[in-house]
Design a protein around this ligand. Structure first.
Ligand SMILES: Nc1ccn([C@@H]2O[C@H](COP(=O)(O)OP(=O)(O)OP(=O)(O)O)[C@@H](O)[C@H]2O)c(=O)n1
Ligand SMILES: C[C@](O)(CO)[C@H](O)COP(=O)(O)O
Length: 228
């Protein structure tokens, strides 16, 4: 009844604008990817991790993650996030065919608290085949047209901001990924199948490091934590 986490880490990080791929950018003394993998294993309920790495940096990534051997395996990622997840999922299903839960967790959410990981795993184990951590929307949200004119103000009480790790019953995630493209998260592919997606509370510290501002914020928030 093991849990395997897939970590898509093959993005370029264009919005961050660093010289390195985002997963390899150092923050609080280590690359983002190292913090993300450490956090998953620290939750105490994840036995295996498969990382989808930038194809041109496989050696660097493998070396950076050697400290977590034998729990972690590295595969080359793909052109889109969903391609990277699919490649990691193929590897995971070969290595851990009896996994009972598959998590998909962005390397970019490097400081996700272990309790969020455990809440997602517990919810899948309790019978929800697709589970995502979410937060309420803090701001008023506007829908705009191509010219930037406001066309609607959606009721934010029904909206949620979505984080990772997202957790799935393995067969459902495989079915969701069969030939599917164009979704920004894995739960979106499950929704297309008409299957229910359940939510658990997320956490502000599971923020996705996307822009230079986020990197500064992470360095300020997590420096102490990363060295404890
Ligand atoms: N082809 C891709 C694209 C993204 N990702 C991963 O998906 C996660 C979420 O993506 P995001 O934070 O948007 O990263 P990037 O795509 O790298 O960012 P940007 O859009 O700014 O280039 C990241 O951990 C990223 O490395 C991936 O594995 N393979
Ligand atoms: C999966 C995700 O982290 C959920 O919020 C996110 O959709 C992936 O990143 P992107 O910036 O939306 O491409």
């Amino acid at each position: 009844m093991s849990v395997v986490a897939l970590v898509p880490a093959a993005g370029r990080g264009e919005r961050l604008g660093a010289e390195l791929p985002k997963a390899l950018v150092p923050v609080c003394g280590a690359p983002l990817l190292v913090h993300a993998v450490r956090g998953l294993l620290a939750a105490g309920c994840v036995q295996h991790v498969v990382v989808a790495a930038p194809a041109a940096h496989l050696d660097v990534v493998t070396e950076a993650l050697a400290v977590f051997a034998p729990a972690v395996h590295v595969v080359p990622g793909g052109g889109e996030r969903s391609d990277s997840v699919r490649l990691a999922l193929d590897e995971a299903m070969t290595r851990v065919p009896d996994a009972s839960v598959v998590l998909v967790h962005d390397a970019a959410r490097a400081f996700t608290p272990p309790e969020v990981v455990r809440a997602v795993v517990d919810a899948v184990r309790a019978g929800s085949a697709a589970v995502i951590p979410v937060l309420p929307v803090a701001d008023t949200v506007k829908q705009v047209d191509a010219d930037g004119l406001v066309v609607a103000t959606p009721d934010r009480s029904a909206l949620r901001v979505v984080q990772t790790p997202q957790g799935f019953e393995p067969a459902l995630l495989r079915r969701a990924h069969e030939g599917a493209t164009g979704a920004t998260d894995d739960a979106g592919l499950v929704e297309r199948l008409g299957e229910p997606v359940h939510t658990v509370p997320g956490h502000p510290h599971a923020m996705k490091i996307t822009t230079p501002f986020d990197l500064v914020l992470a360095e300020a928030l997590f420096t102490k934590e990363a060295h404890e």
